[in-house]
Design a protein around this ligand. Sequence first.
Ligand code: GDP
Ligand code: IMO
Ligand code: MG
Length: 433
Amino acid sequence: MTTLVAVGAQWGDEGKGKLVDWLAPKADLVVRFHGGNNAGHTLVVDGERTVLHVVPAGILDPGTINLIGPGVVVDPTVLLEELLALRERGVLRDPSRVRVSGRAHVILPWHKALDKAREEKAAKHAIGTTGRGIGPAYEDKVTRRGIRVADLLNPEQLRDSIERVAEQKNFELVNYYGWPAIDVAETTRMAIEWGRELEPYVGHVSRTLERALRDGRNVLFEGAQGTFLDIDHGTYPYVTSSNCVAGAVCAGAGVGPTRIDRVLGITKAYTTRVGGGPFPTEEEGEMGARLREVGSEFGATTGRPRRCGWLDAVMLREAVTVNGFTSLAVNKLDVLPGLDELKVATAYKVNGKISQDFPMTLADIEAAEPVYESLPGFTEDIRGCRRFEDLPENARNYVRHIEALVGVPVEILSVGPGRDETIHDLDPFRPRR
Ligand code: GDP
Ligand code: IMO
Ligand code: MG
């Protein structure tokens, strides 16, 4: 039995979906433990592209069970659409391959409307959320007003709970934001229908996990977003509303910390961010545009162009601190050929002082000027490489240099979006001790 937590080391979109799909055949279970359909995880198999927002990225592997943990916020319309599409493609024949926790909270129409209304009102201070209702849904969870997936299965009680929520939410929507009220009767009708359709998929995720671990199964935990979008450790307030770090697995899936063996940090070979907030190594000119174009850096959820820049080792070291990575995966190395130099930030200059550490406050992150090291680039197309030794020398040096700067071994390299465009030597699920 080995458990492996795979999390983003930057601001999301590091290629988690691709790697989880690639790792899935070795995993018996793949588990989402936080976030919601703000995530967009892209899988490319035999040239066919699948984008998943809620269903874990183990779904294309027929032998894998996919669990949605209690720490996730679930938009039932999105989950049901995703399940239907997978059934229609013949990918999901057996409903027991997907389990959603009855304890996961539900994203309701009010949450989506409030997310958008708040962003609109915030104008230039907007966070740039995905507008999927994530923040408002987590808010209701924490203030103990939320509706959970299991509640959808009990229509009588559900009617009451929705009416209670509706009164307060509609008041805020109408009177504070000037938005139209949401129809309570229609929402209740929809929610009862969601319950009916989701029932075959609802389960007790932590118990399923515990049984699997006792039976010696391999479990892969699939992070969403990334370390710097974490509510506590990210670039607050320009973050999402959940904990994205590896430690969030324990509460979000319902598994003890003694059960975690390995933590894989996933990074791109450069940096991207979508939405507002500071980004010290951002390249707003030609260089950023080139990375966006060659890397097809457009959001998998909202289609927004991603902001692009150089790799930032200061961030990656902070990510090691808060996640305890046992290894790193470096993705999208194939986007780099043709660049004369490859720059990596190794420190920041903040208000005249050089520091190796990621700053504590938003003001200091905003003020941070990266101190760069420059490595020679390479020109060869590397998408066909399948062994580290096949890579051009300067690509190998770049990877080795990242390892040295971050202090964690790079065990996986990705050289293309396809499942097989992956380089690795060691079995990611080998036992740790
Ligand atoms: P996630 O949210 O972390 O799962 O990442 P996304 O799917 O949102 O964004 C990553 C994008 O890069 C997707 O379009 C992937 O198909 C693509 N991708 C992943 N790995 C590689 C790679 O090594 N090379 C290239 N060129 N594209 C990749
Ligand atoms: P994956 O799992 C990249 C960003 C949004 C915004 C901030 C808050 O595909 O890596 P939210 O809707 O969560 O309240 O938005 O977080 N964001 C992501 N950026 N990848 C994601 O997920 C993201 N999920 C949220 O752009 O800046
Ligand atoms: Mg994504």
